[in-house]
Write a protein that binds this ligand. Structure first.
Ligand code: SAM
Length: 227
């Protein structure tokens, strides 16, 4: 019953002791991982009590109350060092919101060494934050689900950190290397949209040179990668 997006997130989780799922909603990710015996315990954290009730119901239905605890909290704020969280998943939200959660959760991120992030949009904003805060992107996945394309990022905090280039921030360092069919489909579509916008700007009565330049640069950057 899991969607391709959720399956890809789950597959990216290495075997570990404790996972925190932030914005857990239905808690499908921790439930599946414990059932597959890939993790031993989990914390399902939610900002809203409605979704938290749904996750509590699903956890009970799976008889996993011993292994999965739930928290009502904003972002990472419900986690403490004593929880010994190895990895936090933040999935199914906008990239700006994920970035805010990371930014506000910096004290918790001192005791968490792995992240899996799945922004529904604004992926470069998330990658930029990771790079600026010395989180190394180790693997990425791109999956199509109906008309939607999702990018999933796995990052680790490590000593010998290498910052991302602007091109890697835009396209994803691992996705860029792999250039899968889904990746090419995504950027073909982005190219068409950018060209459409560029043409509309050209036709507009009032010339907007800055926007025109931005569209031109974007078209150029995408073309370089699709060549
Ligand atoms: N993570 C699940 C997934 O990927 O399928 C559920 C995604 S659901 C669309 C987004 C969830 O994030 C909602 O349940 C919402 O209440 C929760 N959320 C939004 N902002 C949050 C925040 N600041 N802290 C924790 N949870 C948040």
């Amino acid at each position: 019953k899991l969607s391709p997006r959720l399956r890809a997130i789950i597959e990216m989780v290495p075997p570990l002791e404790c996972l925190a799922d932030i914005g857990s909603d239905h808690a499908y990710v921790p439930i599946a991982l414990i059932q597959q015996q890939r993790i031993r315990r989990a914390i399902a954290s939610e900002i809203a009590s409605g979704p938290l009730k749904i996750s509590q119901r699903d956890i009970q239905a799976a008889h996993l109350q011993q292994q999965i605890t739930t928290r009502l909290a904003d972002g990472l704020s419900g986690l403490s060092r004593q929880d010994q969280v190895d990895l936090a998943v933040i999935a199914g939200m906008g990239g700006q919101l994920i970035t805010q959660i990371l930014e506000r959760g910096q004290s918790q991120l001192r005791f968490i060494s792995q992240l899996i992030l799945e922004p529904n949009n604004d992926e470069p904003c998330v990658r930029q934050w990771l790079s600026q805060h010395h989180w190394q992107i180790k693997t990425e996945q791109i999956v199509q689900e109906g008309r939607h394309i999702y990018e999933i990022i796995y990052a680790q905090k490590q000593a010998n950190f290498k910052p991302l280039t602007p091109q890697q921030v835009m396209f994803g360092p691992c996705l860029l290397q792999e250039r899968s069919q889904v990746f090419q489909n995504k950027w073909q579509k982005q190219l068409q949209q950018a060209q459409f916008m560029y043409n509309n700007l050209l036709k507009a009565h009032q010339l907007q040179p800055q926007k025109l330049k931005q569209a031109q640069v974007r078209i150029q950057k995408i073309k370089e990668v699709l060549q």
